[in-house]
Ligand binder design. Structure first.
Ligand code: NAD
Length: 243
């Protein structure tokens, strides 16, 4: 098992890709702290993996600090941070307001800054850390109806590269995983669900992406054996953007 005795915080763990990541990291031996603004969902995921749950909004500094404090007081350390939580909108460009823009940035980018700053202290003290930030293949495709989201996810990727440069000397790696369109609760409840047929025509592997297709890429980058890999983008999209 790749993550035996490792302690892993997974944000956005109540459903979708975050839940699949929590399940996979636990299957690889990690003690999982399932974090979500949806506290009941986080509890359900935690119960399923014999882990613990923290209800937290990653855009709030006090919530994020509590998330790390509770993890360290319960488990003694933080080895892995998997940043999966995000808001995935569907808004025509003409309708995107500055408030929409700020809301997306506050979760998708501020949340990353806050969580990474907060785990950095225990990771640096231990001389070990694995941070995996989920971005999206829309940063390569420039997908419509998502301009503010695409901008935030481009920021996730650029920030990942910069943080890898800053934190490598402390034994901390920072990488990104870019999923393609994936059937999650969030996507299936939105107009994105109508895009599967079209997207499958662009993929090398012509079937619908599931959350369990994404989790193994996160697990690899979260593992000790990925220690020589940092500042990288691992695109998990069935080859849609491979050219
Ligand atoms: N599903 C896709 O097609 C797809 C494609 C590319 C990238 N992604 C990325 O994968 C990740 C997960 O996507 P998904 O489809 O599973 O999403 P989802 O909407 O199904 O789940 C997102 C989870 O994040 C939680 N969350 C939202 N805001 C939060 C906050 N402020 N604090 C804490 N938790 C919060 C939600 O409660 C929810 O449980 C996101 O980063 C998304 O951008 C998804």
């Amino acid at each position: 098992m790749k993550l035996q005795d490792r302690v892993a915080i997974v944000t956005g763990a109540a459903q979708g890709i975050g839940k699949a990541v929590a399940d996979k990291l636990a299957a690889e031996g990690a003690k999982v702290v399932a974090v979500d603004v949806n506290g009941e969902g986080a509890e359900r995921t935690a119960e399923g993996v014999d882990g613990t749950a923290v209800q937290a909004d990653i855009s709030k500094p006090e919530d994020v600090q509590r998330m790390v404090d509770e993890t360290v007081s319960r488990h003694g350390k933080v080895d892995v941070l998997a940043n999966v939580a995000a808001i995935v909108p569907f808004t025509a460009w003409d309708d995107v307001t500055f408030d929409d823009w700020r809301r997306i940035m506050s979760v998708n980018l501020d949340g990353l800054f806050l969580t990474m700053k907060a785990v950095e202290k225990p990771m640096r003290a231990a001389g070990y850390g694995r941070i995996v930030n989920v971005t999206s293949n829309v940063i390569l495709a420039g997908t419509p109806n998502l301009a503010h989201y695409v901008a935030s996810k481009g920021g996730v990727w650029a920030f990942t590269r910069a943080a890898a440069r800053e934190l490598g000397k402390y034994g901390i790696t920072v990488n990104s995983v870019a999923p393609g369109l994936t059937a999650t609760e969030g996507v299936m409840a939105s107009p994105h669900a109508e895009a599967f047929e079209f997207v499958q025509m662009l993929q090398c592997i012509p079937r619908r992406g599931e959350a369990t297709d994404i989790a193994p890429s996160v697990a690899f980058l979260a593992s000790e054996e990925a220690g020589w890999v940092t500042g990288q983008l691992l695109v998990a999209d069935a080859g849609m953007t491979h050219n």
